[in-house]
Design a protein around this ligand. Structure first.
Ligand code: RUQ
Ligand code: CUA
Ligand code: CA
Length: 636
């Protein structure tokens, strides 16, 4: 399958300990004799300049994929920030990082987690860490609608929503009575009414310390979250655990993989069976059961909890080999693919058979139209618009391009070769994603493969290495690797959305709901944020309202008493795109962004007497350094 003359073969050390055996062999072929020197030069050249660029990059340097200085990318990439807890926006195909959206983390630049507005979203006593995996955009009729992005937090069982007009997080909820929200997708049609979220870990219920040894009684739940209200609409108990999820294109079904049908609490136990399963959720029947009151509730929450265990009319279980991981619906919704992980196979489900399955006209395995071998460690599958699928092979460090219809023919006994190409990626890919590939508008232009290891691909930065997100051109007959993209921990997953579908504001609307509470507070204090600088004392609480226009704050000094709780509210009156101010109170851990026409506020205790300078720290003007003022703290 591997052509040793393929320019895409990596120029790397043949003694790669993690390369699978057949990859090593092909590399030896490619690197034999003087080619080994080329390999070494390529690896060094990647860091120092065009003259020594490896062949893979040279091939693309003046191609349609390059985005010159000042040119705009064709796609927005929305990247999970992994256990950094944020989301990132990249431009595709340049792979330039455009922006970071703090979500479950504390962000020093914007003051996320520090400002009152962000703390209102995060909630009281919000955890400081997060672990994002799956970013997905809201849809209408199977197409991105540019309204919201959603992302999970496995670390603290949360789901967040990001407003696409300002690219800020506007809602975060904690899913009750579960541990580790992992798989997340949206209902694709008729619109994103629900965000579907898998809780991964089985646990006792109630989790009150009395049933810890009763492992057989542990369970977990699949969750339907109302995307508009950001409330959990229902939870449904399943057998086994829940890994990844996806939905169909009719809005009727969602389905999740389970790697622990064994219900084990140890590694060996999770691998005991040859098969785990896919569990299919019938959304209409779930809604009807909620309506009919056919549910219970769990302590501390009034969310309806339904029974979706084996035998329930709300679910069906389809056996799938072995510890399956990703589940991916093909564009248009005819098929979904479960990726075998510990089995070298993928399992193809024909989704229009699910009606018959729920009507008990067919057996669960009758929905499987192919189960074919691709290679070692299949984790996730992405799609183009020509009937081809691209599956990451973690252990082989490859992307396998295969044809779904041919796989179905092969499975039914016809002698067809369904595997079209295997491309080495560097190294150990997890998720991959194609441009527009989870929608009806899949366009088959680019594939991103997200690798867990970068090893020798970049200058070493200490024992901790970046991940490597590689861009692959899939518009032709063969996949071509065109870019290495080092990224910080750890983009599990991404989506790529055509730029025409994302419409962001240039400056804030003064009525923006993200600072509505602060505006309401000013109103109660009788302060007009657009025209007044004012200090209001309310017992030992002091509210300092000021405007900012580059390069001055409305107040260059204000007085408080030691021990006062001070709230600084700043409204940036600049109307010029990109003129963002910052507010930083030195030695007080206080820091925030105030973008044009935005109001932002921060509260702290003025616990030290004397002069305390504040300054603007988003570069806004030639006199940006001079944009500062003094807080004068008098002794009590
Ligand atoms: S999972 S590497 Cu968290 Cu999306 Cu598959
Ligand atoms: Cu205002 Cu810098
Ligand atoms: Ca298993």
């Amino acid at each position: 399958m591997i052509d040793p003359k393929d320019k895409n073969l990596p120029a790397i050390d043949v003694a790669d300990p993690q390369a699978s055996e057949h990859v090593k062999v092909s590399r030896r072929l490619f690197l034999g004799g003087s080619a080994a020197l080329m390999g070494a030069a390529g690896a060094i050249g990647a860091g120092v300049g065009a003259g020594l660029l490896p062949a893979t990059a040279q091939a693309s340097s003046n191609s349609k994929h390059s985005v010159g200085p000042g040119e705009l990318d064709e796609y927005y990439g929305f990247w999970s920030g992994g256990h950094s807890g944020e989301m990132r926006i990249l431009g595709i195909p340049s792979m330039r990082e455009l922006m970071r959206i703090p979500v479950f983390n504390v962000d020093s630049a914007t003051g996320w987690g520090i400002t009152n507005e962000s703390r209102e979203v995060l909630g009281e006593n919000a955890p400081l860490n997060g672990d994002c995996h799956h970013p997905h955009m809201s849809m209408t009729d199977g197409r991105y609608d540019g309204k919201y992005l959603f992302i999970n937090d496995k670390a603290n069982s949360r789901v967040a929503r990001i407003r696409c007009d300002i690219m800020k997080t506007d809602k975060i909820i904690t899913v009750p009575n579960v541990q580790a929200i992992h798989g997340l997708r949206v209902q694709k049609a008729p619109f994103t009414k629900y965000v579907f979220a898998n809780a991964e870990f089985r646990m006792p219920h109630p989790n009150n310390g009395l049933k810890m040894d009763d492992i057989a009684s542990y369970y977990t739940m699949f969750n339907g979250i109302d995307a508009e209200k950001m409330e959990v609409s229902w939870q449904i108990i399943v057998d086994g655990n829940l890994d990844n999820t996806d939905a169909d294109y009719t809005g009727k079904y969602a389905f999740s993989t389970c790697y622990n049908a064994e219900g084990a609490v140890d590694l060996e136990g999770t691998m005991r069976s040859e098969r785990d399963h896919l569990v299919i959720f019938n959304i209409e029947l779930i809604e009807a059961a909620v309506k009919a009151g056919d549910f219970t509730t769990l302590p501390g929450s009034d969310v309806p909890v339904l029974n979706g265990r084996k035998g329930s009319k709300l679910t069906r279980y389809v056996p799938v080999p072995k510890n399956p991981h990703g589940i991916n619906t093909a564009p248009g919704g005819k098929y979904a693919i479960a990726n075998g992980k510990l089995s070298p196979t993928v399992t193809v489900f024909q989704l229009d058979k699910f009606d018959d399955l729920f009507a008990d006209k067919i057996k669960p395995r009758d929905t499987v139209v192919a189960e074919v071998e691709l290679g070692l460690g299949p984790l996730h599958t992405a799609f183009d618009n020509r009937g081809n699928a691209y599956t990451t092979l973690f252990i082989d460090s490859q992307i396998c391009k295969w044809n779904v219809d041919k796989a179905i023919q092969a499975y039914s006994g016809k002698p067809v070769d369904y595997i079209l190409q295997k491309l080495d990626v560097h190294y150990q890919p997890g998720h991959n994603h194609t441009t527009m590939g989870e929608t009806r508008d899949a366009d088959g232009q680019y594939l991103v493969s997200l690798q867990k290891f970068s090893k020798d691909r970049f200058l070493q930065c200490g024992p901790l290495h970046p991940e490597n997100d590689q861009l692959i051109d899939i518009s032709g007959d063969t996949m071509k690797l065109i870019h290495d993209g080092p990224t910080y921990a750890e983009p599990h997953d991404c989506i790529m959305v055509h730029r025409s579908l994302v419409k962001t504001r240039k400056i804030y609307d003064r009525k923006d709901p993200s600072f509505a509470s602060t505006v309401a507070m000013a109103k109660r204090d009788g302060v007009d944020l657009n025209s007044q600088n004012k200090v209001i004392r309310d017992g030992n609480k002091v509210r300092v309202y000021m405007m900012s226009v580059a390069p001055v704050f409305g107040l260059t000094e204000f007085k408080v008493k030691q021990g006062d709780e001070v709230t600084v509210v700043i409204t940036n009156l600049d109307q010029i795109e990109d003129v963002t101010h910052g507010f930083c109170m030195v030695n007080h851990g206080v820091q925030m962004e105030i973008s044009p026409q935005q109001t932002a506020s921060v509260t702290f205790i003025a616990d030290k007497v004397g002069v305390h300078w504040y300054y603007c720290n988003w570069f806004c003007h030639a006199l940006h350094m001079e944009m500062r003022g003094r807080m004068l703290v008098e002794p009590k």
